[in-house]
Ligand binder design. Sequence first.
Ligand code: TRP
Length: 453
Amino acid sequence: MSVHANRDGFATKLGVLTATLGSAVGLGNIWKFPYMAGENGGAAFLFIYLAATIVVGLPVMISEIMMGRHARANAITTWKKVAPNNSLWMLVGVCGVLAAFAIMSFYADVVGWIFSYIFQALSGSLSSTDPAVAKAAFNATVSSPITAIAWQWGVLALVSVIILGGVSKGIEKTTKTLMPILLVMLVIVCIRSLTLPKAMDGLAFLFNPDFSKVTGEVVLMAMGLAFFKLSIGMGTMMTYGSYFRSDANMPLTATRVMLADLTISLLAGIAIFPAVFNYGFEPAAGPGLLFMTIPAVFSSMPFGQIFMTAFFVLTAIATIGAMLSLFEVPVAFMIEGGLGWSRAKSTIVTALLLGGFGIPATLSFSTMSDVTLFGLNFFDFYDYLSSNLLMPIGGFFICIFAGWKWGKERMQESLSNNGTLNNTMIISAYAFIVKWVTPLLVLTVLLKGLNVF
Ligand code: TRP
């Protein structure tokens, strides 16, 4: 007990919410979700995504938080504590820590581009309505090895400094300050976009329900997105759960995070598409949308440079909270998992490892573009490894453990805070879904990721 008595954690209920939401909100909201929704049936996709978060996302998230808070330990030690008799379960935690490294290695690269874009937007070099100029700017940003690595390392250094501050004084304080700023900036850009003459075309792209576009593939995509969006399947939520206050309502917090995260994704779509359509641009996918279409779109509007800069600043803010949660996974393990390192040492070692692993991802766009693993360049390999393999595998075993090993009684006990919360019905629904529904769905996503069908 003595170790836990002075273990750092989130000090306030608001902090529990902002930190967890900060983890969920990231690149997924700003460039993945809006585009996927627009392409795959608009409101019909929203509907599928909502269903996916309820039957896949939330159960895994609640399970992770529940186990982490129970064990009050990092993503690996938690398994040791909840499954003391079978050390194989610990492998799930090991996969999680590996996944954190894999995700961070390409995520920090993209975040580096975003930070570089803030300064390019400020300097005016992105102020052109010609997509060719935007394309050249993007190519220059990603293909200069030294500059791209410098930005990536700068981002890692910034995140390290916050992580060094600890859980309550670093992560919690930062997300409490940044999340409201993100929301205000996003709403301002939304208002600008919505007041453009042809804003309705963009809203139609995002919201017109088209159920004919919903195929089995789209459903699987929505489930995969729910995983990435809610930062589940690799121990992030377990680690954060271990910092939850004992009086925090876990199912309610998870639901609020899911709904707030969805709201932010929709606001991102509302900020982007009305402007895109108003100025006659094509909605693009992936990097093209964020780094080529958006600069050209904002350059088309009055005071566009200000809105463009604001947009990249708010994207950067969104990614910081996500990176903090990824970074904390290995750091928490190094501090407690038998190594007994200080937070400072763990942070520095994690940053150095990420700096190293990140290099081949960054160089995938320049000197190492021909170097492949299993037919993928390093950037895509890290993405594939984490999103298609490690996260669904982790999610599957988390559900199996929570649903089949943890037991209904312990579930009731933890999720109701020893009977102080009146949520028996919700717990019963969760217990059923996590046992019978979620594992099957996650398995389908996993088999699909392995190209089994
Ligand atoms: N949820 C974040 C996003 O949407 C990404 C992220 C942060 C993440 N932590 C994670 C994804 C852990 C998977 C696992 O951008």
